[in-house]
Design a protein around this ligand. Structure first.
Ligand SMILES: Cc1cc2nc3c(=O)[nH]c(=O)nc-3n(C[C@H](O)[C@H](O)[C@H](O)COP(=O)(O)OP(=O)(O)OC[C@H]3O[C@@H](n4cnc5c(N)ncnc54)[C@H](O)[C@@H]3O)c2cc1C
Length: 363
């Protein structure tokens, strides 16, 4: 979306194909913090920083860490209006970026075939196909565009997240509203953690993250909520009731096994096709993935629209190649940081998680 929006700003048409049948076809997921030098920079390139600032929640950067018995270990509050990493709901961000874009909903891509000379052909699930000068695969972890440039597929990290939601916490669960505060609360035990984050409109997303074998499951809704809850309560046995209530009062459960691509995933340039975001560099969800996807999109669009040092869009292949080199270098740095971060957050030694927090958010 950021790629298309920046291209649109420079007057270039982009066809956006989305597999979802409509904008609201599925819940968009939890809140995202957009970093000043990443997601916010991308929004600036799209001319959307001012509306973002009006919609985002600087107070959402508040972070409290508890011991598993509920003792408060850290209680970090941002300065009023702190601009570094304000939070925004994914749905709000999507709507902000979509703006004037003409998305073709319900157009799932099955594969992309690079042309013999230039351009590439997209094949759709409905049996149709279309040819384009450049196909930008921004289709996430299980990208159908990726095989056109790379044979690599994501592998499981050993960590699974089960996500649940609480609605209208301030009136329905005031005790949990106080526990979560304006931002996030987290607790870490042996090889497991529990994180709850406030979203706008009184919503809270709760993430139980733990080491577990994959046992053949992929992402998706877990229909037997009672069985899931009792499995989770057994896993977090002995934790403070206030923390367990975050799970007990959840409304539905979604499983998200965490997969990653190799930290330095790159490919030999293929004319007419490129990747960005999770399709190019899927990494553990430690606050970088959406930010990187957005900056990738904004930078690629700028490179195509303005050419090297603003000389004009005369060399598409050269612009894409230069973009890929820059993206690989940045993504590889973040992939290493987030992989090491996941090892410390979901660790046999819970003190590692606290030490990581102290490193990134000193008092
Ligand atoms: C639990 C969790 C928490 C996270 N928290 C954060 C955070 O706080 N900060 C952060 O920066 N990142 C976070 N991330 C990571 C972030 O969600 C991803 O890195 C980001 O969404 C990647 O964006 P993307 O556009 O590359 O891919 P996606 O967001 O996956 O978007 C891909 C789009 O392509 C569509 N699509 C897929 N396949 C096809 C197809 N075949 N044809 C057509 N369309 C298709 C999908 O429907 C989707 O709309 C988190 C991830 C998880 C799982």
């Amino acid at each position: 979306m950021t790629f298309a929006r920046v291209m649109h700003r420079h007057g270039y048409p982009v066809a956006v194909f989305e597999r979802d049948p409509a904008r609201g076809a599925r819940p968009p997921g939890g809140t995202l913090d957009l970093h000043e030098g990443l997601g916010q920079l991308a929004l600036d390139k799209a001319g959307l920083l001012t509306p973002f600032r009006a919609m985002s929640r600087p107070e959402g950067q508040t972070m409290r860490i508890l011991a598993t018995d509920g003792t408060v270990l850290r209680d970090w509050r941002p300065r009023p209006g702190e601009p570094a990493n304000p939070e925004i709901d994914r749905g709000d961000l999507r709507d902000l970026l979509l703006g004037p874009l003409d998305v073709q909903w319900g157009r799932g891509v099955t594969r992309v075939v690079p042309g013999a000379r230039d351009g590439a052909v997209i094949h759709f699930a409905d049996g149709r196909h279309e040819t384009f000068d450049l196909v930008v695969g921004a289709d996430g972890a299980w990208s159908r565009v990726r095989p056109a440039v790379s044979t690599v597929t994501p592998h499981y990290t050993g960590v699974t997240v089960v996500e649940t939601s609480l609605d209208d916490v301030d009136t329905r669960h005031p005790d949990l509203a106080r526990l979560v505060g304006d931002g996030s609360v987290a607790a870490y035990g042996v090889n497991r953690g529990l994180v709850a984050q406030r979203n706008s409109g009184g919503g809270v997303k709760v993430y139980a993250q733990f080491r577990a074998p994959l046992d053949g499951h992929t992402s998706g809704d877990l229909t037997d909520a009672e069985a899931v809850l009792s499995g989770l309560l057994a896993r977090y046995d002995g934790w403070a009731d206030a923390l367990l209530d975050l799970l007990r009062r959840g409304t539905a459960f979604i499983r998200r096994p965490l997969y990653v691509l190799p930290v330095s995933h790159a490919w030999t340039h293929v004319p007419g096709v490129t990747l960005l975001g999770d399709a190019a560099h899927l990494m553990p969800p430690l606050g970088a993935g959406a930010n990187l996807a957005m900056l990738d999109g904004a930078e690629l669009a700028e490179a195509l629209a303005t050419g090297p040092e603003g000389t004009g869009p005369q060399d598409m292949a050269g612009a894409v190649r230069a973009f890929e080199e820059d993206m690989w270098a940045r993504a590889s740095r973040w992939a290493k940081i987030t992989a090491a971060g996941l090892e410390r957050l979901v660790s046999p030694d819970p003190a590692q998680a606290l030490a990581l927090f102290d490193q990134v958010q000193p008092a």
